[in-house]
Design a protein around this ligand. Sequence first.
Ligand SMILES: *Cc1c(COP(=O)(O)O)cnc(C)c1O
Length: 324
Amino acid sequence: MPFQTLPRVRLAHLPTPLEEARALSSALGDRVRILIKRDDATGLALGGNKARKLEFLVADALGAGADTLITTGGPQSNHARMTVAAARRFGLEAVLVLTADGDPEVQGNLLLDRVLGARVIFVSDEAESAMSEVAEDLCRAGRRPYIIPVGGSTPVGALGYVAFVQELAAQAFECRLGIDHIVLASGSGGTQAGLVAGTAVFPLPAQVTGISVSRDRAALAARVADIASEAARLAGSAARFGPDEIRVYDEYIGPGYARVTPGGLDAIRLVARTEGIILDPVYTGKAMAGLIDLVQRGVLPAGSTVVFVHTGGAPGLFAFAEHF
Ligand SMILES: *Cc1c(COP(=O)(O)O)cnc(C)c1O
């Protein structure tokens, strides 16, 4: 099927702005030109990258006749929050199976899950099997559940970021901008996979660099390559990808997923104070710390034009108040 005719619902406010980050570029010695693609401004219950994925995932769920979305994540999952919001927009129920030890603070994303009226179930691990059990129970009760895996990172979800590349290519054309690099936070890998597939489908020959926030380099690259190949196939492209074609850096994770790093906190302060833009400690702060380091080490070469994808996450910041 040609990409433009794939099933899709509208959820995000598009196109998101592409903003020149002059003060930030200058704070980094004007070695590179940085622009920020504002996917924190997609709308859908406070925005973020999951809105684009959900446009394809919800279309798939509706096509399957679903009446309930089930997904998983941590207590501060942006993906969970936006999935509930997407469900509400289409009159669907939402069940969240969240992995947590103990009693997480009802703040940030978890607070919004409550406001949106999600049914929230906490498990200590094995979220996949817990989601299957919830789905079986719902089926027995005559419901039609649709499971969205962690982060919405299926090939269908990744199509949202294939479409992103088309949007960015149009903006680049309008501003006569040559984009050399795209840098983003990479967690479950679907966003990076969509970007990788998108740069093969659409004429935007930029190098995509994922800053891992959880998985080691090899594991994430393999995952991104698989999802990207399948997303490209769905988009009608013959492009396929191997792990060594996927650029991932895993040295900015720190002590682990959703654990703060000094570099991440510094990056949040720097971007807030130069650009008035809010990043988060779990994803975009660490990704920006990576971008800054790659610029300083010359891995992102002097003179290049770099687009940082602001994937959202600011609601999660409210659960990290003690670090500021
Ligand atoms: C989910 C998320 C990411 C990572 O996206 P993946 O597709 O899971 O790699 C990055 N930033 C924010 C704010 C997110 O919520």
